[in-house]
Design a protein around this ligand. Sequence first.
Ligand code: C2E
Ligand code: MG
Ligand code: MG
Length: 690
Amino acid sequence: MNPHEPAGQDVLRALAEELRQFRLLCNNVPAALAYFEREGNTCGYANRAYAEMFGRTEDSIIGLTVAEVIGEEAAAVIQPQVDRVVEECVAARYERHLRAPGADARPIEVHLLPHLDDAGKAVGAFVLISDLTRHRRADAALRESEERLGKFMHASAEGIVFHKGGFITDANPPLLELLGYTLPEMMGRPTLDFVAPEHRERVAAVIAAGDEISYDSAVQHRDGTVIPVQFIVRTMLFQGERQRMTIVRDIRDRVQAQARIHHLAHHDALTGLPNRLAFDARAQELLTHAAACGEGVALLFIDLDEFKRVNDSLGHQAGDVLLQTVAQRITDTVREADLVARFGGDEFVLLLAGDPSPQAVQAVAAKLQQAIGAPLQAQGASICVTPSIGVALFPAHGHNPAALIKHADTAMYQAKAQGRAHVCFFEPAMAAAAMAELAMESRLAQAVREREFVLHFQPQMALADGALLGVEALIRWQHPQRGLVGPDDFMPLAEARRLILPISQWVLHEALQCAVRWHATGLARVPVAVNLSTLQFQDPSFVHTIELALAQAGARGPMLELELTERMLMDDVAAVQVALRRLKALGVVIAVDDFGTGYTSLGHLKHLPLDRLKIDRSFITDLPGDSGSAAIAGAILQLGRSLGLQVVAEGVETAAQRDWVGAHGCDAQQGLFVCPPLPLVDFEHWLRAR
Ligand code: C2E
Ligand code: MG
Ligand code: MG
């Protein structure tokens, strides 16, 4: 207050206003404030917060001593601080607990400031108290949470790393183990240093965006190994700062399991080669690429010849070994960039990329034939298989995998038709042929259902006296549009599509009925010969089928003659012997048809219960002029005689041929010279006319 100013109403009012504002201020700061006089240690001023802290009002506290306000005990404790403030004229700060009756002790922070007079002597002290309860709670909570986090981090089996601004601030033992580093080695280093290179861009983007997400990525071990992981990223308070916490989950097992499932779905379990599904996808990619570069591609369809025979005769295990070996041989023969797949069964497909010329494809096919055809060991047996290969070229023969596969398959069938172990390039005419064959197949199936077949009969006559020795039944297809179709035009297809069995069954039944009738009427007391197909003879219940057919027709064994080819005799030596013995026991006559065209070993023939050899027509046609034919026919006749077998000459068309075979000891002739194959009515007429 300025003493020179005259006292007046205005001044008093101004003073009162100033005091009001002072009180307003003091009562609204979030602290307890008081002033104690040095003289008597009494309270000169206290704001409301201070007074209430000690259970007083602003007025009633004035004049009370420190001990009266805070209690004797507390006053004694703080006395040294008070002494220091007033005697040394310095500020003091201390913390203590405030114990109010009926309440928990509260932590408080006390500041004491000396009030100095003009001479610099302390005449009192200002007191400022702040309540520490809230701070303490926050501190404790923070400590607890960090402690919890620390415990969690160390207890976790999963890797955990903290990083701030892209630099590592902490990591737990599992993470250190996963990456092969020590904590000091990792601390402070950029997080990205430990991420696999091809994943760094993505991880950097996630860090920059501050996203809280989970995603699959990969880390890199100290030794360079890339380890697939899942990152689970959160932002959280750690060590008093906002940091990024990343859980690093090792997902190698999951990735491996997924890879395994993927492999199983896309690969053939037996050979490990891609399957059709995988092939189609990869082939499409390769074709798209080739199209973009203007390059050609070759697709080779490889089918093993007679694989079924290996499987049937040596068993499935041998078949499996064979397929595995062939798969390996194909893979070894072609280049890394070429695509090899197994489509199931004995079918392999090969895609040659890189614009190969037809000559190059031919060269690869030749190498494949050589590699696949080499003998191999399976189940103790040495086996040889040859491949038939069909080739389709991109873009000439098709623009997608499906079209190329179809056309290569067609070409492969063509290769088989050429006598196996061949390579055929697709030609558009083949597609037409394949279509025609397909139409024929369905037409043939219909013919089987509707029995559009007839038998013609051709006699076999003794050369010595012209007696009837036998009758061969020969099938024809009575085609509604095409007329009479010969067996060579439909039997191969029937055999390939397994329609041969019902057809053969029909032939057997028809032929036996005729034989029974001719025997009964005395028209012909000779066996009727029926040609067998390979499939029919390979059927394990074949002999039983014959027994049944004989019984059904009311026929005896000797009324039936079965014509087998040399090939059938070679198939499974032991089984053939057993089957023939059983047939012999029934009295059935057994003949070897088209003899001389196969490779029957003599040693083998000797052990089979045969009755007749039929010299193939091709050796008779050029008799007597052709010396080669004469040599072979002569040898067969000699062989037959030495084995005690009857020999029949097929396709005898001229008197000269008849004379030649007769002169060389042949027993019978069959051919146009005596009689062509005739329809039933005509043949019975011929029989009667004799
Ligand atoms: P294959 O068993 O060798 O039958 C003899 C074939 O020679 C018959 O042909 C017959 O018509 C023909 N032929 C007979 N004499 C002469 C002749 O003097 N000169 C000429 N050039 N040919 C003559 P076809 O009937 O066309 O039968 C062809 C083949 O079809 C048969 O050859 C046989 O292997 C097979 N075949 C016929 N019928 C059946 C059958 O019912 N089942 C089976 N699985 N195959 C049959
Ligand atoms: Mg025959
Ligand atoms: Mg024949």
